[in-house]
Ligand binder design. Structure first.
Ligand code: PEP
Length: 247
């Protein structure tokens, strides 16, 4: 099986001590055959980067400012993050979109800032329950992609995460068949946008140790974004145990 992404989004669910325990749990599986990206809260970044030095595990952030280094109190610039050794940035997560009332145009500015600084942008898109139940998923995602991506966004440093809002943190994951169908639709759009680049598309929403295998074994699902389960060390070890070892 080709290497799949495993993105761990710790949200704001850790304290300093629990974070250090989790870093240990993730490090024991550094030889898993997956592109593992750990996304802790900002104050843990430096520890995480140190912890995973010499391994293939990368560190990402859960959000990034669209603003450059400058007089922007309270913001964290992509340049600062990149200069510390951060490699990935989750952008447009539905929790961030809702809290900060982000529009797709704001998400686009964050992607551009991240890529300009050398980060790989993990763009989150997803429909709400109403859109899902009224068969509007594909239309909603198309609009999000078209409004979040323009010709300045580089396909080479872009990952798309399909994260249905109704599945995040609810314990009700999409079925692998639904996720695979939606991802096929997303890939049609990204293939049109980037004829010469393959943009990976992953699934996120209530992934746990007991269902991750059903998703990552599907050929067109390029990996998983795991939230809640990624802050339980036992779940992390079980999830990583599902993934083959590097040969
Ligand atoms: C997420 O936060 O991106 C996510 C997928 O959360 P959860 O796994 O808890 O549904």
């Amino acid at each position: 099986m080709k290497q799949k992404y495993l993105i761990l989004n710790w949200k704001s669910k850790v304290t300093y001590d629990t974070a250090l325990n989790l870093l240990d749990a993730v490090k024991t599986m550094a030889d898993a055959n997956a592109k593992i990206v750990v996304c802790p809260p900002y104050p843990i970044l430096k520890d995480a980067i140190e912890w995973f030095k010499g391994t293939d595990i990368e560190v990402g952030v859960q959000d990034v400012s669209a603003l450059p280094v400058g007089a922007h109190t309270g913001e964290v610039s992509a340049e600062l993050l990149a200069s510390m050794g951060v490699k990935y940035a989750i952008i447009g997560h539905s929790e961030v979109r809702a809290r900060h009332k982000l529009k797709n145009a704001d998400v686009k500015e964050k992607i551009l800032a991240a890529q300009k600084a050398g980060l790989i942008a993990i763009l989150c898109i997803g429909e709400d329950e109403k859109a899902y139940k009224t068969n509007k998923t594909n239309a909603v995602l198309k609009k999000q992609l078209e409004e979040c991506i323009d010709e300045r966004v580089a396909g080479e440093t872009l990952v798309v995460a399909y994260e249905p809002i109704w599945a995040i943190g609810t314990g009700h994951a999409a079925t692998p068949i639904v996720a695979s169908d939606v991802i096929a639709h997303i890939k049609c759009i990204t293939d049109d946008m980037y004829p010469f680049v393959v943009v990976p598309v992953i699934y996120g929403g209530s992934i746990k140790a007991n269902n991750i295998a059903d998703f990552i074994r599907v050929a067109n699902i390029d990996g998983a974004l795991v939230g809640g389960a990624s802050v339980d060390p036992d779940e992390v070890l079980k999830i990583l145990g599902v993934i083959e070892k590097k040969s």
